[in-house]
Design a protein around this ligand. Structure first.
Ligand code: ATR
Length: 276
């Protein structure tokens, strides 16, 4: 029997827990397969995608900074990837075409959006901090639920403006104004890399004025960022990105292997142990 090969492309990748996630499911379901880290430069993306075409690789995930960069090398962009122009899952279809999809939107729905209070959900005013690889998926997942009062802010204004071209209904807030803007929000989402283990943190001091504020940090390593700790202390409902990460992986796995692997406590325990 030939071992199936999967992996994730991005740079840097040393922090990625995707191998832990997928190899857990392969072992659990007795599938002869391996999922590995494939750290590549931009110039090497095309070569990796060729390995999908030649069936050397059965599937790949894509992470920062290549979720858009892979698109020119694909034959088809489908599903939520078409709406977001952000691809995180690649495979070969029955016709031999290399297909790009997006499972981050599903991850965001299952890991965060579906946990919001459903009553008047579309009235939520949301501030998204960051305009990197995942922001378009966040906007799309929210807008599917009718949440359209979306403000985004990014240190580099140009990247926020580029996202607005895809989603004209969003409003841009200047980075120096995020504190005052945050005061009127019901939902604040950190989609920057601020807060990541061994990285930089927000220098801004957010004030809480709404008692029903919800804070979602896409960062999950550490499980509790400084921002989560601070908001939690003040009674704000907080979420980290761990469930989003697990659910996006579950959908990628099911696209490749045609069944939904189980998310259980053993899996969560293993992932959490790797965060320490
Ligand atoms: P990419 O921007 O390459 O897609 P990413 O990890 O998806 O990478 O996104 C990083 C996000 O964190 C960006 O929004 C980035 O802001 P810039 O576009 O201005 O770079 C944000 N970010 C990273 N470090 C930051 C810092 N020290 N202050 C503010 N924002 C920061």
């Amino acid at each position: 029997m030939i071992e199936k090969k999967f992996g994730i492309i991005g740079k840097p990748l040393s922090h990625s827990l995707s191998p832990t996630l997928h190899n857990f499911w392969f072992n659990k379901n007795k599938i002869f397969a391996n999922y590995s880290l494939i750290e590549v430069e931009t110039s090497e993306i095309e070569g990796v995608i060729k390995k999908i075409r030649s069936r050397e690789l059965q599937g790949i995930n894509v992470t920062v900074p290549y979720k858009q960069a892979v698109i020119p090398f694909l034959d088809l962009v489908i599903g939520d990837a078409k709406k977001t122009l952000s691809v995180n899952t690649i495979s070969l279809n029955k016709e031999g075409k290399v297909v790009g999809n997006n499972t981050d939107v599903y991850g965001l729905e299952e890991g965060f959006v579906n946990k919001l209070n459903k009553q008047n959900i579309e009235e939520n005013k949301t501030l998204i901090l960051g305009a990197g690889g995942v922001t378009s998926s966040v906007i799309y997942a929210l807008s599917k639920k009718g949440i359209k009062k979306i403000f985004i802010s990014n240190r580099t204004l140009k990247k926020a403006e580029d996202i607005k071209k895809k989603f004209p209904f969003i409003k841009i807030v200047r980075w120096e104004n995020i504190i005052s803007k945050a005061e009127g929000m019901n939902i604040i989402i950190n989609a920057t890399s601020l807060g990541l283990k061994n990285g930089n943190n927000f220098i801004q001091e957010f004030k809480i004025t709404k008692s029903n504020l919800v804070y979602f940090d896409i960062v999950y390593n550490p499980e509790e960022t400084i921002m989560i700790k601070k908001f939690k202390k003040e009674g704000v409902k907080t979420f980290n990105g761990l469930e989003m990460f697990i659910y996006q992986g579950q959908k990628s796995f099911s696209l490749w292997n045609k069944f939904n692997p189980e998310i259980n406590e053993d899996l969560k325990k293993i992932i959490k142990s790797k965060l320490k």
